[in-house]
Write a protein that binds this ligand. Structure first.
Ligand SMILES: Nc1ncnc2c1ncn2[C@@H]1O[C@H](COP(=O)(O)OP(=O)(O)O)[C@@H](O)[C@H]1O
Ligand SMILES: [Mg+2]
Length: 289
């Protein structure tokens, strides 16, 4: 199974949201990582045929997805960034409705609805109206409907927005577990959501791919460029003015500043292992925080 994105471009008026985006995707989790406004949703809406590209093509196993039409849509699960859920429906009724739209038969639908409700921990409230749900519950229901029907291509736009840490981890593990035989694309600006489950990270900066590599390779690129410097409180500002500071920790024995720099920032700076957060700042700069 292969999804090929070939030079996808999209502008809104004069604003170029996506410029010749190309990638080749095979089963596994891909992270589409970039700050707000970098073009993530635009790309995902184009892949799911909710938005028309200005130019470029998408091929699923060699066939143009626009020509495949319904045949491709049946293989697709999509969780939009702002999902429209029917407030007056119960969670279970909504999933039955989505199962019907996906053309699932009754037996499969019944088994899978139970399974996905369990997976996103909504079984207990499956008969409550969606309008009574919290943001996090709605988010989990949106994920459940995307996963329903066992899609080969699963597209998730900011799937953990509004979730607490425990729910984030549960959702992350669930996505990872079901991803082995699927092409999964997760758009996010939250590094920990994808750090340990993405086989490839596509960094998107103002509609252009800034980098595309496995996390370990990205980390290698800044190996030897991350330092910890112990300093006095009144020197922190100077370091921030001179260097890219990725963290400041004040504890009982002073201030510890994490610095991204090609060269050793101070005599007593200690090299430390880079994280994907460091790399994110390396690409997007401090303004991205
Ligand atoms: N419907 C729209 N009309 C006009 N501009 C849009 C529209 N959707 C997105 N944009 C602009 O396109 C750029 C990319 O947006 P988007 O794809 O939503 O980014 P992201 O999902 O990474 O936050 C932004 O500059 C945004 O303001
Ligand atoms: Mg978005």
């Amino acid at each position: 199974m292969k999804l090929v994105l070939d030079k996808i471009s999209k502008s809104y008026g004069k604003n170029k949201a996506l410029s010749e985006f190309s990638a080749e995707l095979t089963p596994g989790v891909y992270a589409l990582l970039g700050p707000n406004g970098s073009g993530k949703s635009t790309l995902l809406n184009i892949i799911t045929d909710n938005l028309k590209a200005d130019s470029g093509k998408i091929y699923y196993d060699g066939e143009d997805i626009l020509k495949l039409g319904a045949e491709f849509r049946e293989k697709l699960g999509f969780m939009p960034q702002y999902p429209g859920l029917y407030g007056s429906f119960t969670a279970e009724k909504f999933l039955w409705y989505m199962a019907a739209l996906k053309g699932m038969n009754k037996k499969d639908a019944e088994a899978q609805i139970k399974e996905v409700l369990d997976a996103v921990e909504l079984s207990d409230v499956s008969n409550y109206r969606i309008s009574t749900f919290s943001g996090g519950m709605k988010q989990r229901l949106a994920l459940a409907q995307a996963v329903l029907g066992n899609p080969s291509v699963l597209i998730l736009d900011e799937p953990t927005a509004g979730l607490d840490p425990k729910q984030r981890i549960a959702i992350r593990n669930y996505i990872s577990r079901i991803s082995f035989d699927k092409i999964v694309i997760i758009a996010t600006h939250v590094v920990p959501d994808i750090e340990y489950i993405a086989k490839d990270v596509i960094m998107l900066k103002k509609g252009v791919i800034a980098d595309n590599a496995p996390p370990s390779e990205l980390l290698r690129k800044i190996d030897g460029c991350v330092f910890r410097v112990k300093t006095a409180e009144d020197k922190v500002m100077d370091l921030q003015n001179a260097y890219m500071v990725t963290n400041i920790l004040k504890d009982d024995d002073g201030v510890s500043v994490r610095i991204l720099s090609d060269t050793k920032p101070t005599e007593d700076a200690i090299p430390v292992s880079p994280t994907l957060d460091d790399y994110y700042l390396h690409i997007f700069g401090e303004s991205a925080v």
